[in-house]
Each structure stands twice: as structure tokens, then as C-alpha cells.
Ligand binder design. Structure first.
Ligand code: SF4
Length: 249
């Protein structure tokens, strides 16, 4: 299949997914064929998808990037979630040799010093483990929502990821935070206690702070970079991520 055909197929799938509820979206994705992987950060959106997969018993692998810098509450939630839904969440950790090389070049917390150093840390602790998680996958499911940030405002339900040569599915693209909260309440989904302490978006501990009332949902991520378009590089093409500057991140 050519990249053009794959992109057209994704467009058709996008239109189909728009008319379905969450479980039906995920069921259709599971039936596409090939290995389907859902990568979870254990944030509230991802917990909704994990719940939908677990409650319906869908054959979608649930994986997480255990960066080594996560909040203890996030690590504890992994086990709680596995117990609640009777599933295994596969952990992908960074290579120790990569971490050592990063620390000797930038310092363990060198990500505060420059955008380049921050990208280098995310590359080692997130992007490389993500590549292993998605190795051989045909479908990648994520919890991206249009309402999370201006950078995500046009998130489709399905798109062809040419860099990784797979279908990327965002089944919560059109969900509001109210919708998410209602699902969590209705299904008794375990969530990170940090959400109730002002953390709508939770990443690595040293790179996430609580937000103030009225701030955008992702304002607490890499807050010192002070720009709306900050991302870790998981959801932007790597070539673009490595060329991002402080003003465009
Ligand atoms: Fe490193 Fe922070 Fe990126 Fe985590 S979020 S990988 S600690 S720079």
C-alpha cells in the first residue's frame, strides 16, 4: 500500500469513527488487523480508553512509557488499573546507557537549561521507548483530545502516521472534559489523585506543575518554556520535533 492510499484509507476511517461511540470506535480499531497498541500516560483521558478496552475485553495492547521520572502516584495507578480491569500494562523503560550518556552531557536535570536539552531528555526517556512499544504495530491508539490545547485543536479520529508507517487513532478527539469526567464517574475508573490537586495533564514529575484557575489544560507541562505549543515529541513528527525552537514548541 502506498502512503497516499494509506492516507486516503485513514480519511475514510476518520469519517466512520466520527459516527460511533467510544467502545464501537475501539472495537472497529481492534478489527482492522495487525497489532494495535494503546500508549497510556495514566492521565484521565487515557484511563477512560483503558477502561473501555478492559471492560469490553478488546485485543488492544495497553502500554506505557515508564520514564523513571514519573510521579509516585502515577506509578501506583498502573497497578491499581491492572487490578481494576484485569489487564497487564506493558512498561517500556529507557536504556540505562542512554540515561547515563544524557546525564554526563547535560546533567540529570539538564532539561531546565535549554529546549535542546529538554528534547534530548524526552528523546531518551520517551521517544526511544515509544519506538520499541510501536515496533511492528499497525495501529497506534492515543488519548489526544482537541480541547487539550491549541496545538491539538484539529486532532482527527484517524490519521496516517507516515513517519512510523501506521494508523494513528484518537478515539477521544471530540470528547470534552465534562464527558471524560462523566465516564469516569459512571464506570468507577481509577484516576490519578493529582488531578484533584490542579494537575489536569500529568507527565514527568520534574516537568509538570499544577495549573492556576483559567490556565490552559497543558500549561503545567514544561511551564518554564512558556509557550502554548509545547509537546514532548510523541505526537509531532520527529524531524519537526528536533527542529522546534523555543518560540515554536
Ligand atoms: Fe525528561 Fe521532563 Fe521529558 Fe520527562 S518530560 S522525559 S523528565 S524532559
Amino acid at each position: 500500500m502506498t502512503a497516499q492510499n494509506a492516507a486516503q484509507d485513514a480519511e475514510t476511517l476518520d469519517a466512520t469513527l466520527a459516527g460511533l461511540d467510544l467502545t464501537a470506535r475501539l472495537r472497529l480499531v481492534a478489527e482492522l488487523g495487525g497489532r494495535a497498541v494503546f500508549t497510556t500516560s495514566l492521565g484521565i483521558e487515557d484511563q477512560v480508553i483503558t477502561a473501555a478496552i478492559g471492560l469490553a475485553g478488546l485485543p488492544i495492547e495497553v502500554a506505557t512509557l515508564e520514564t523513571g521520572r514519573l510521579f509516585p502516584q502515577t506509578v501506583a495507578l498502573m497497578t491499581e488499573t491492572e487490578d481494576r480491569f484485569g489487564m497487564t500494562i506493558t512498561r517500556y523503560a529507557p536504556d540505562q546507557a542512554d540515561i547515563d550518556a544524557y546525564a554526563s552531557q547535560y546533567g540529570l536535570n539538564g532539561f531546565y537549561d535549554s529546549v535542546e536539552a529538554r528534547h534530548a531528555c524526552c528523546h531518551v526517556r520517551k521517544l526511544k521507548p515509544l519506538a520499541r512499544a510501536l515496533d511492528g504495530a499497525a495501529v497506534w491508539v492515543t488519548g489526544l483530545r482537541r480541547g487539550q490545547s491549541g496545538n491539538r485543536a484539529t486532532t482527527p479520529f484517524a490519521e496516517y502516521d507516515a513517519e512510523r508507517n501506521l494508523l494513528k487513532i484518537n478515539p477521544l478527539a471530540d470528547w470534552s472534559l465534562d464527558h471524560i469526567n462523566a465516564y469516569v464517574d459512571a464506570q468507577a475508573v481509577p484516576i490519578n489523585p493529582l488531578h484533584a490537586r490542579g494537575f489536569p495533564s500529568i507527565g514527568c514529575e520534574p516537568c509538570t506543575r499544577a495549573i492556576r484557575p483559567g490556565e490552559p489544560e497543558r500549561a503545567g507541562r514544561w511551564w518554564w518554556e512558556n509557550d502554548e505549543k509545547r509537546e514532548c515529541g510523541l505526537h509531532v513528527p520527529e524531524a519537526a520535533a528536533t527542529s522546534l525552537t523555543a518560540s515554536s514548541l
